[in-house]
Design a protein around this ligand. Structure first.
Ligand SMILES: [Zn+2]
Ligand SMILES: [Zn+2]
Length: 347
């Protein structure tokens, strides 16, 4: 099968390699119909994840069940499915406590031996372990693009929102309008927020944020975020904050705009140590949640999409065929203007 193979730092190519095979009774082989590129891929390619080279890239995919292991009960050949970026077993002690993203047997697709040695999604076929537990069947009427978001970005954005918004009527500020920040903005409508404010420095991303549900969009490169949030909240500040960028500028900004009793959800992975003014945050009774996306509710998001309550499609700013994936990965790394997330169609 064709696959994007990573052989060294920032060295990858679309090559032919062996098809995956069933290795355990609960495995399913998925024939991929769509995949995408993620900022995690950029980190992996740059060597930030300390995983040995020599693996197929990609962790977000939808497809069709191609083959099932003998123990698979809930899925059959031909079913349309979406996989979580990080598959889980459903039965280890950590899974049984609902922390599926930290499954003791799991890993991350397309991230090499340090993350479970699982196959990558930038390929024509992927082996999915514990398929009954972690694959979701895609309801009729839900497109590949829509379903593709639930296995990573939509779930991650929502995880931040559910940890930041504690009651209806709050003001939510989302810092960073990339795929996860946009997903936070889009899922905020499920929580009865009084207003959602997007903060970024790229005008096209702020337009997308408005498109996906932001009531206000602040261009932090030329506008005063603190002053605008104060004006919009009668001087209180925002009760709910999501940091989907994790850089000094956004951290400084949410420290400034946090209301008394605010909750901050940090869903971005900061590149290095960060400085927090804890005394000031303590004086304002601010609490901080941080973590990875909760991928255990994919069925719920597929149902909300099928019901027309959510439509994350605008996050995909372009569609490219699989034979152009090397080029679009390069454009994604280079930060091509206007490219937020590419939908890569396979097969
Ligand atoms: Zn991802
Ligand atoms: Zn587990």
């Amino acid at each position: 099968m064709r696959q994007v193979f990573v052989s060294d730092a920032n060295t990858y190519a679309l090559v032919n390699g062996p098809d995956p095979t069933i290795q355990a009774p609960g495995d399913v082989i998925v024939k991929v119909t769509a995949t995408t590129v993620c900022s995690s891929d950029v980190h992996i390619l740059a060597g930030h994840m300390n995983t040995p080279w020599g693996f197929t890239l990609g962790h977000e995919f939808v497809g069709v069940v191609h083959e099932t292991g003998p123990a698979v009960q809930n899925l059959k050949t031909g079913d349309r499915v979406v996989a979580p970026a990080a598959p889980w077993c459903g039965s280890c002690p950590t899974c049984r406590r609902g922390q599926f993203q930290k499954c003791e047997r799991g890993g991350i697709f397309g991230s090499g031996a340090a993350f479970g040695g699982l196959g990558g999604a930038h390929a024509e076929f992927v082996r999915v372990p514990w398929a009954d537990a972690c694959l979701s069947r895609i309801p009729e009427g839900v497109s590949d693009a829509q379903a593709l978001t639930v296995g990573d970005i939509l779930s991650a954005g929502w995880t931040a929102v559910k940890n930041a918004v504690t009651a209806p009527g709050q003001t939510l500020v989302v810092f960073g309008a990339g795929p996860v920040g946009l997903s936070a903005i889009h899922t905020a409508r499920l929580y009865g927020t009084a207003r959602v404010i997007a903060v970024d420095t790229l005008p096209d991303r702020l337009d997308l944020a408005r498109n996906l549900g932001a009531d206000h969009a602040i261009d932090a490169s030329r506008e005063d975020t603190t002053g605008i949030v104060a004006d919009l909240t009668g001087g209180r500040g925002a009760e709910a904050l999501v940091d989907a960028a994790g850089v000094k500028a956004t951290i400084d900004s949410w420290e400034a705009v946090a209301a008394v009793g605010a909750r901050v959800a940090m869903i971005a992975i900061p590149a290095g140590p960060v400085e927090l003014r804890l005394a000031a945050l303590l004086q304002k009774n601010v609490s901080l949640w941080m973590g990875l996306g909760d991928l255990g509710h994919m069925d719920v998001f597929l149902e909300l999409i099928a019901a027309g309550k959510l439509d994350p499609t605008p996050i995909f700013t372009e569609t490219v065929p699989f034979d152009r994936i090397e080029r679009v990965i390069g454009e994604f790394i280079a930060g091509k203007p206007g490219l937020v997330k590419p939908l890569v169609t396979v097969g």
